[in-house]
Structures are given as C-alpha cells and as structure tokens.
Design a protein around this ligand. Structure first.
Ligand code: NAP
Ligand code: ZN
Ligand code: ZN
Length: 358
C-alpha cells in the first residue's frame, strides 16, 4: 500500500495492489486501484483472505450485463482493522473483521429502515462494480486493503479461522438466510441442489439447524464428501430414477446451481406448500412450468444474501456450532486457474485467496 496526499484536500487516498479483469474476455492480472481516504465513519481493513465466489466470474465476464473495467471482484473478505475514522465506535485497530457483498445502502427506504438493507429499494451499494457515495466505482477483495463504512463491517468471532471464515461472508449468509426464512429445522426435509461453494455451506448450516438434508448433485462423484459434510442422503440428478424416488419429499429446496436447470423437475420434488428457493444466478431465464406449482400450492422463490444483522447472527451461529467453509488456499498468481476449476465444478469447496501473496 502506498499513500498519496492530494494537495487540494487534506484527505489521503491509498493505492491498493489488486488482481482484476481489464476486460470481459481477458484473464485476470495484477493491477493497482485507489481506495478512498478513511472518512470519519470508515474502517480501513488489511485484507488477509478473500473467497472466490462464482458471482465474481459471472460479474467480471460481463455475464450479468455491462460493467465498468477494470473489474476487481471479491466479496468474501476477511481481514484485520488497520485504521478507524474519528467517529467509529464499533471497531478498533487489530479487530478481526469481514465484509460481504454490500458496503452501503440508502438507509432511508422501507427495507433499509426495517434492517433489510440487502433489499434496499434504491439498490444497495455492492462491494464491487457499484458507484460508491463518493462517485467512484467500488472494487472488491482481490486486493490488499479496503475502506468500508463501519455499519457494513462484520465481526469475525475468535473461534473462527480467518481463511475458512471468509466464504461465510457470501456463501454462508446466502444459504443461511433462506434456510432461516423458510424455517429449516427439526422435522423438515431440505434438499440442496449443487455441491459447490454455496451448496456445501447450505448442507452444513441446514444440518446444524436440525433439518434432514439431501444433496442433489449432477453425479455421485462427491457423495463421500457430501455425507461427511452432514448430508443424510445424496442423489445424482443425471439419474432419472432420482426424480421418481424423491417425488413430493421436500419442504424446502435450495438451488445453488450457477447454470440453467430444468426447474419443473425439481419443483415436483416438493411436498404440498413446499418452496424451491433459487439462490443460483445464471444469466439466462429459468422457465417455470406453472402446473408444477398450482396443484400442490408450491412456491418458487429467490433470495439475495442477507442483512448485516443476519450476517452477524450467521457468523455467531457458525462459531457456536464450529462451522466454517472447507477451503483450498490459492496464491494471487493462480486465481485464473482457480476460476477455471470453479467453472468445471472442480472445487472442494471454496477457493480462498491468500492476500499476502498479492
Ligand atoms: P460453485 O461453487 O461453482 O457451485 C455451483 C455448483 O452447481 C457446482 O459445484 C455444481 O455442483 C453445480 N453446477 C454447475 N454447473 C452445473 C450445470 N450446468 N448443471 C447442473 N449443476 C451444475 O458456485 P457458487 O459460488 O456456489 O455460486 C452458485 C451460484 O449462486 C452462482 O450463480 C452465483 O452467482 C450465485 N450466488 C447468488 C447469491 C445470491 O445472493 N442469491 C450469492 C452468491 C452466489 P455439482 O457438481 O454438485 O452438481
Ligand atoms: Zn458471492
Ligand atoms: Zn434503502
């Protein structure tokens, strides 16, 4: 990190080392970005680890629409507070902290006032690719430090290692929130579609909440892992018999798949009043046959990350239950290879960048 004092203002911006995409069709490469000066309510975090989410790939490759380049992804940030602004009350230098998918919201709309800032009616400020309040484009955690308003900083409990905790900031909360909202717990049959980063957290969390958990994966290749993660059942969706065996079984299905799947077939696995919640975010539409919904009053829903309050609740829940991500650490120079392995569903079960190698 280098500091630059601009002569026309007292504030000091900093230059961060980063890894990012210069264009949609370009491999990631080392680059430098500017971070805003630490304002009165800001916290500067030295990033120790950053998880690699499939969303980073959708985003940087322009699959969700046009974005500003260079793009520096990363919203599973774990680090240590290096500096606090004069009005910060919640954090001190040396605290172990995390930042997830959002770094601000309007704070005035109905949802923000309710504490559901992930559903801010004016759109929350995303950790990367959003226009921040100072008019600059936000950049994510594939970098050595970040400056964030303290209201969007999470506390990582002492019982969690920073590297394995990093993926909780997206994969953890994105699965925890719908599991809670749709009441996963004792007596409930929960299925998780796709055993990747989100999927493996969904299995661990649903199990810890007391539900009976079934994994629906493309093949039985990862069955042994799935059962070790806590699943009670494991089925291959490539086998047509799976859809007969499990018809009408589940109260809740959490679909974490990053590509299009035949939603109608999965809806038929729900009981009466069951819900299939899509957290996977493929760029193309997922056609829903209404006659898979109507006869059994089934619900097809979506869910986005979770609020800041719920994210802290999830981190505390994970510490209490001894839950974190199963990770493979990668150096900053090998993120392109890690992305290729994510795209090939060859991830066990989250890549995490060791940011000291930037
Ligand atoms: P990931 O690690 O790549 O896991 C996705 C899993 O889906 C794969 O491991 C694979 O599991 C399965 N899969 C992949 N391609 C498939 C295909 N063509 N057909 C069937 N199954 C396939 O990805 P992730 O990081 O968990 O993210 C998953 C999705 O959630 C992404 O679209 C991401 O953008 C989205 N997301 C949404 C939110 C939100 O707030 N809603 C937050 C974070 C991420 P198996 O090998 O077991 O089949
Ligand atoms: Zn994510
Ligand atoms: Zn709002």
């Amino acid at each position: 990190m280098t500091e630059t004092t601009h002569l026309d203002e007292s504030a000091t911006t900093t230059t961060a080392r980063a890894v990012g995409a210069p264009a949609a069709d370009h491999a990631l490469e080392a680059l430098e970005i500017e971070r805003r000066a630490v304002g009165p309510k800001d916290v500067r975090i030295d990033i120790k680890f950053c998880g690699i989410c499939h969303s980073d790939i959708h985003f940087a490759r322009g699959e969700w629409g046009e974005i500003p380049y260079p793009a520096v992804p990363g919203h599973e940030i774990a680090g240590v507070v290096a500096e606090v602004g004069s009005e910060v009350t919640g954090f001190a230098v040396g605290d172990r902290v995390g930042v997830g998918c959002m770094v601000n919201s309007c704070r005035e709309c109905e949802n923000c006032l309710k504490g559901d800032e992930q559903y801010c009616l004016r759109g929350n400020t995303q950790t990367y690719g959003s226009v921040d309040r100072d008019g600059t484009v936000t950049h994510g955690g594939y970098s050595d430090h970040v400056v964030v308003d303290e209201d969007f900083v999470l506390r990582i409990p002492d019982g969690l290692d920073l590297d394995a905790a990093a993926p909780l900031l997206c994969a953890g909360i994105t699965t925890y929130s719908p599991l809670r909202h749709w009441n996963a717990g004792p007596g409930k049959q929960v299925a998780v579609v796709g055993l990747g980063g989100l999927g493996h957290m969904a299995v661990k969390l649903a199990k810890a909440m007391g539900a009976e958990v079934t994994v629906l994966s493309q093949s039985l290749r990862k069955q042994e892992d799935g059962l070790k993660l806590g699943a009670d059942g494991y089925y291959a969706t490539s086998d047509d018999a799976t859809f007969d065996t499990l018809a009408g079984r589940f109260d809740l299905i959490v679909n974490t798949v990053s590509a299009g799947i035949d939603i109608g077939r999965f809806l038929m696995l729900l009981r009466t009043d069951g819900a299939l919640v899509n957290v996977g975010a493929p760029p193309e539409p997922l056609p829903v046959p209404v006659f898979a919904l109507i006869p059994q009053r089934r619900t097809f829903a979506g869910s986005a990350i979770g609020s800041i309050r719920e994210t802290q609740e999830m981190l505390d829940f994970c510490a209490e239950h001894g839950i974190a991500a199963d990770i493979e650490l990668v150096d900053a120079g090998h993120v392109n290879e890690a992305w290729e392995r994510v795209l090939a569903s060859d991830v066990r079960y989250r890549f995490v960048i060791d940011n000291s190698t930037l």
